[in-house]
Design a protein around this ligand. Structure first.
Ligand SMILES: Cc1cc2nc3c(=O)[nH]c(=O)nc-3n(C[C@H](O)[C@H](O)[C@H](O)COP(=O)(O)OP(=O)(O)OC[C@H]3O[C@@H](n4cnc5c(N)ncnc54)[C@H](O)[C@@H]3O)c2cc1C
Length: 452
């Protein structure tokens, strides 16, 4: 490990981006201080004990795919590789009005494995499959350079211009877009949609394979990172609400907390969401406001998770996607976490959940327990032992058309001030992968600037 002389780097935010920044800085030889306003780490990826049921649950089902190499590297560095499991290739059942169609890759080399998943898929007809192949070919050849115009229109528009129909869009494209980008296909930019399919389906067989946390998120991304950071001389201070940046003679000199405490540092990384970053900038000086202003336009989208504990198993697969049903994606948490239970814990993950975010727990219970019995026959005879709802209203940032310019570089024009966070310019949508990439980039810029 190469070491750099003692420099104080402060990181605002103990979510995955802030923790990944700290881990990378430690690898570079800098011992950072992480300042987190809440009493726990993990940011938007955490677990907690539900008050009504007394059970530890995640704030939302988190999955990753094989292509998330920075996230997996981070998990490995913090010593948690055995707390996640990655499938070998893509394979999951899709339920539509009681009929099952599998998207399952065969053992074939390279992208052929992923394309083979399409051939056996029953919810798209023969001609539809050729349409999809045609669009995938156009995705492969699409150039997404800085001058490309793909960010100006929606992925839905782009697909329809490339021979796609309601059938292929609803039964294939949106099945992947909605949970991956947390929004409907009409609302996401063509740029992001194309990028997603280029990386996932047109890469190796491993790229779209699903990865699942086997432990609660607070343990996986919080406790393991804390152990690594503190074990290597870094510091984590929770309960510190950072109010503003301190700037002396045009460069960063530290931060000020909501209790008016000054903490000095030669470099500061903001690893908070865009909406929490802009208020940190001192209002009087309007520091390089042209650079930071686009971040004020970042918008967010909700995810609602429904947890149902049945007294007996109601589904046999690990996870199931649905079409034409409000269930979207259903996860068998008991099986995924290898819990030795008589009953079964089911997690229904609702992306782009504007329709559900204002519904009461009672309403959601009626709608979703009924929908479960319609979709999984075994649920008819099962009793619901516990029921919980977690609403995350600002779960992810939106990747709407024309939103790319809102994603700022990790190196800012304010000397000593850096950005991390899933929303910064990483090329990835709002994911744990993007959060880790942003942290790695911020740390590398700091090291580069210090060496200079
Ligand atoms: C329900 C749900 C499901 C999701 N599903 C997936 C999934 O399946 N796969 C996937 O890859 N991603 C998923 N995501 C997205 C993923 O969780 C985020 O992309 C990632 O956690 C963002 O990390 P971050 O560090 O950039 O931001 P955050 O997690 O938001 O971290 C920011 C941290 O900064 C702290 N903070 C804010 N302001 C201050 C301040 N002034 N002073 C000090 N601290 C401050 C916050 O408390 C927080 O801890 C999901 C998110 C949600 C909510």
């Amino acid at each position: 490990m190469q070491t750099l002389p003692n420099h104080t780097v402060l990181i605002i935010g103990g979510g995955i981006a802030g923790l990944a920044t700290a881990v990378r800085l430690i690898q570079i030889g800098i011992k950072p201080i992480v300042l987190e306003k809440r009493p726990f780490l993990g940011g938007r990826a955490y677990s907690f004990t539900d008050r009504d049921t007394g059970t530890e649950i995640d704030n939302g089902q988190h999955v990753f795919i094989g292509a998330c190499d920075h996230f997996q590297q981070y998990i490995s560095v913090i010593g948690a590789s055995n707390q996640v499991r990655l499938e070998k290739r893509i394979g999951f059942p899709v339920l539509k009005h009681g009929k099952v169609g599998w998207l399952k890759a065969r053992k074939l080399p390279g992208p052929l494995a992923n394309l083979s998943a399409l051939f056996g898929y029953k919810h798209v007809g023969f001609i539809g499959k050729f349409r999809i192949l045609w669009a995938l070919l156009s995705i492969k050849t699409a150039r997404l350079g800085p001058t490309s115009t793909h960010d100006r229109f929606s992925f839905d528009d782009w697909l329809r211009d490339h021979a796609q129909t309601n059938e292929t869009i609803q039964n294939f494209w949106n099945l992947i877009i909605l949970p991956s980008l947390n929004d409907n296909i009409e609302s996401v930019s063509a740029h992001t949609g194309i990028e997603l399919f280029k990386v996932a389906l047109l890469g190796t067989a491993n790229n779209p394979a699903m990865g699942i946390p086997l432990f609660g998120l607070s343990t996986l991304v919080g406790e393991n990172a804390k152990k690594f950071i503190e074990g290597h001389g870094g510091e984590i201070r929770t309960g510190i609400n950072v109010q503003s940046l301190e700037i002396t003679k045009g460069r960063i000199s530290g931060i000020r907390t909501s209790k008016d405490q000054l903490i000095e540092g030669e470099a500061v990384v903001s690893a908070v969401p865009a909406s929490a970053m802009t208020p940190l900038l001192p209002s009087g000086s309007r520091v390089k406001e042209d650079f930071f202003t686009p971040a004020e336009s970042v918008r967010t989208a909700p995810i609602v998770a429904i947890h149902i504990w049945y007294d007996r198993p109601v589904m046999t697969d690990k996870f199931v996607a649905t079409i034409d049903s409000p269930l979207q994606w259903v996860f068998n948490d008991t099986d995924l976490k290898s819990l030795n239970e008589k009953g079964q814990h089911i997690v229904i993950s609702l992306s782009g959940a504007w329709k559900w975010q204002d519904k009461s727990k009672k309403q959601l219970r009626e709608i979703f327990t009924e929908e479960m019995t319609n979709t999984f026959p075994a649920a008819k005879d099962a009793n619901v032992e516990k029921f919980a709802v977690v609403k995350m209203l600002e779960a992810t940032f939106q990747v709407a058309p024309n939103s790319r310019k809102q994603r700022l570089s990790q190196r800012t024009p304010l000397p000593g001030f850096y950005l991390a966070g899933d929303w910064t310019d990483t090329g990835w949508p709002s994911t744990m992968e993007s959060a880790v990439r942003s942290g790695n980039l911020a740390a590398d810029y700091i090291a580069e600037d210090i060496r200079r």
